[in-house]
Design a protein around this ligand. Structure first.
Ligand code: G3I
Length: 449
């Protein structure tokens, strides 16, 4: 069990009912989650970071990564130049390394990015028209197929809209293949990996402005015409010239109201001290206030890992120490300290049975498509909260589970992983699995300790 969620359970005298009750209530009032991902998970969100494959061997880096984060985005390793360095010849070594690390540590993966005007290999830069369009579609299909079942969400198209007041598409060789190139990319991604959420991702769209209005119009049109899109990513690279917009939450909300998930995908905020901490707090609170804001990702771990390191925009300093911005983010997520004060004296037992310190319920929601499905299971703690939980969910015969996340699976038995065993009373966490075949009706039952 995560040492941050270990409980001091040893003091209970087995015979005394009043003492047992006291322990149960003390558990409920125990320290809040003490890592970013654990705190976010208690709010039904993920907390992620961009990861560079070559840094995984740095123990300071990987220790923070595995302690604090439940979602990873390869910072460069899944881009077109990295994955298809020569046409038709695919190279997945570094990206596979990140995915393997994530799977070994119960983390999920945001794929970044299938189609983008930057970071194209030289051969693609030399293409145009139909040849480029076909190469792009093949690239999307091949990469999404390679990672099928392993990606929580793909940034299918990145940064396709122009800056400034024009409110139109960015000129690029991809754009010049025809205005429908974005929806073609989304359809190819859906065909290749039906279970991955498909996102459009961009920067300077964090508040309402001409650029975000143009994205909003495209997404509205996609929803109206049935183009497969599940989410919009808001990169959220902020500094004094590009501060957190005052309408940040409202902008997230208006996209969510289109029937999409929204995600904060590349958060970094230049600055230091309390001003930076306050901006991180605002961003975190905005995501929590939008029910379809499913999670947030910072664009690197330590300041020294950042693409703009001189701006010290991240949550850990160059030595891996937590900054004020870390604390404000964790606090905004509801973590970091006691959620309520323990009782000042042991409660008096009554004739009615005490509220059990364990207890949980589980519900499953299934997204079924031709030949496969994804199940999201929500585990909600009873009045005593949980230290650990086990869900039993009979699965139909004939299916094959291809992937699961945020859980340890043994047949039909699903047990919490290190960061989500602790659930405060009435709060919930979620885990999931993907399988081939037909789910039918799934009826999970939950036991907690
Ligand atoms: O790995 C080579 C190294 O071998 C070489 O010596 C060095 C010389 O420049 O370059 C290294 O590659 C660099 C790579 O980062 C890894 O550090 C590339 O030149 C550099 O262009 C690349 O920059 C990345 C940038 O995207 C590329 O567009 C940044 O790391 C990455 O943080 C940044 O991320 C983007 C998102 O994908 C999209 N949104 C904006 C965000 C920030 O720019």
């Amino acid at each position: 069990m995560d040492r941050n969620r270990k409980r001091a359970l040893g003091a209970a005298g087995a015979g005394a009912l009043a003492v047992v009750v006291a322990v149960g209530i003390a558990s409920a009032a125990d320290a809040a989650a003490s890592t970013l991902h654990a705190a976010a998970a208690e709010k039904g969100r993920y907390f992620g970071t961009a990861v560079a494959a070559y840094k995984l061997s740095d123990s300071v880096y990987s220790t923070i990564l595995d302690r604090e984060f439940g979602m990873v985005t390869p910072e460069n390793e899944m881009k077109w130049d990295a994955t298809e360095p020569s046409q038709g010849s695919f190279s997945y070594g570094s990206a596979d390394q990140i995915v393997a690390h994530a799977q070994a540590h119960g983390q999920r993966v945001r794929g970044h990015a299938l189609a983008w005007h930057q970071q194209q290999p030289g051969w693609a830069q030399n293409l145009s028209g139909t040849a480029l369009r076909n190469a792009m579609v093949n690239h999307v299909t091949q990469v999404a197929t390679h990672y099928k079942g392993k990606i929580y969400a793909w940034d299918v198209v990145n940064e396709a809209f122009a800056d400034g007041g024009g409110g139109g598409r960015r000129d690029s060789s991809l754009q010049r293949t025809g205005n429908d190139w974005i929806e073609v990319a989304f359809r190819a991604a859906r065909a290749a990996d039906p279970a991955a959420k498909l996102c459009y991702n961009d920067y300077n769209t964090d508040g309402q402005n001409a650029k975000s209005n143009a994205v909003y119009a495209m997404v509205s049109d996609f929803k109206a015409r049935g183009v497969p899109i599940d989410c919009v990513g808001f990169q959220s690279h902020f500094n004094s010239a590009s501060p957190v917009p005052s309408d940040y939450q409202a902008n997230l909300q208006r996209f969510a109201d289109l029937g999409l998930d929204v995600q904060i995908t590349e958060l970094d905020i230049e600055g230091s001290g309390s001003a930076q901490a306050d901006n991180y707090r605002r961003v975190t609170e905005a995501c929590l206030a939008v029910s379809r804001c499913t999670g947030m990702t910072v664009w690197g771990i330590r300041d020294s890992d950042s693409w703009r390191a001189s701006g010290t925009p991240l949550l850990f300093d160059g030595n891996g120490n937590k900054k004020a911005a870390y604390t404000s983010t964790l606090t905004a997520l509801g973590g970091g300290g006691p959620t309520s004060s323990p009782p000042s004296s042991p409660p008096v037992s009554s004739s009615s049975p005490p509220v059990p310190s364990g207890g949980c319920t589980a519900t499953a929601s299934v997204n079924q498509w031709q030949g496969g499905f994804v199940v999201a299971v929500r585990v909600t703690a009873g009045s005593g909260g949980t230290n650990a939980w086990t869900v039993t969910m009979p699965l139909p015969s004939g299916i094959t589970v291809t992937n699961s996340w945020s859980v340890t699976r043994n047949g039909n038995t699903f047990t919490n992983v290190s960061y989500n065993g602790h659930i405060n009373p009435g709060q919930y966490t979620e885990f999931g699995l993907q399988a081939t075949g037909t789910a039918g009706t799934l009826t999970p039952t939950c036991a907690a300790s």
